[in-house]
Design a protein around this ligand. Structure first.
Ligand code: R5P
Length: 261
């Protein structure tokens, strides 16, 4: 691995503990003005100091984020379908040229694949094409893995998708937390972060983050469970305490509650 690649990975994953809190606010690329992200600047400004990385689209970066920001950026580079196109959801291709990703000075890029759907080949070949481009310039690729409808959040399918992404060259894998999650981690040779998924009660989201870390995940790439929380700052502080300070879920929930006061 060359110096540039290692240096960028160290911007995404904190070298002190090998963990990361990624704040995901890229939802607009297929969901439009998602609840909580009506104005990404207003939402993210107070959250950024508790995150290691910010994950978003190039349009959001240009329009909402101060170019003088210190937070490393992971740029979403796949997309192409909207939430209204249910049968084709996640039938994604390349939406940002590598040259623009470099111009935006990103620390990494994120590309989604959908495994177990008729169009899986398109998304997988899109990912590998982008990985080849990124290898040329030393940019790490976070593969965002999802599995086809009906396969659910099952270790069997999530480990299939995660292992595939790693074997195809992804440097970091993002997947969903599930029962027997350690099997997903154990069979994936690159670091894994979990997505938060739909908004659930804060205590449950903190428990999920803790369980994922216990099972071997290196952190979270969390969106809605932070920015749709009744107290987004309290929530990201609590998540950060689990990821970087080894807090138990109950202690982290206390962090969340005390922030509001
Ligand atoms: C999904 O495709 C997006 O990449 C989201 O950023 C990702 O799912 C994480 O956000 P959330 O925690 O809201 O699921």
């Amino acid at each position: 691995m060359d110096w540039g690649m290692k240096n960028r990975i160290s911007k995404i994953i904190n070298p002190k503990d090998g963990h990361t809190v990624m704040l995901a606010v890229d939802h607009g690329y297929f969901m439009g003005p998602t609840t909580g992200l009506e104005n990404i600047k207003t939402m993210t400004d107070p959250l950024i100091k508790y995150a290691d990385t910010l994950m978003l689209t190039r349009g959001a970066l240009r329009n909402y984020i101060d170019p003088e920001t210190k937070i490393p950026i992971v740029l979403r580079v796949s997309g192409g379908t909207s939430i209204l196109n249910e049968n084709n959801l996640l039938h994604e291709g390349i939406i940002v040229d590598i040259e623009d990703a470099i111009r935006l000075n990103v620390s990494g890029v994120a590309f989604s694949i959908l495994v177990g759907q008729s169009f899986e080949r398109d998304t997988i070949l899109g990912l590998t094409k982008y990985i080849d481009e990124c290898e040329r310039y030393g940019i790490p690729v976070l593969a965002v893995t999802a599995v086809g409808k009906g396969l659910g959040k099952d270790a069997k399918y999530l480990s299939l998708a995660s292992r595939m992404a790693a074997e195809l060259g992804a440097h970091i894998v993002k997947t969903y937390y599930c029962k027997d999650f350690e099997k997903v981690v154990e069979t994936c040779p690159v670091p894994i972060v979990i997505a938060g998924g739909k908004k659930i009660p804060e205590q449950e989201a903190l428990q999920m983050a803790y369980d994922a870390l216990q099972a071997g995940a290196i952190g979270v790439d969390m969106g809605r469970n932070v920015f749709q929380s009744s107290d987004p700052v309290g929530m990201i502080k609590a998540v950060n305490a689990i990821v970087h300070s080894k807090y138990k879920p109950k202690e982290a929930f206390d962090v969340f509650k005390s922030n509001k006061k």
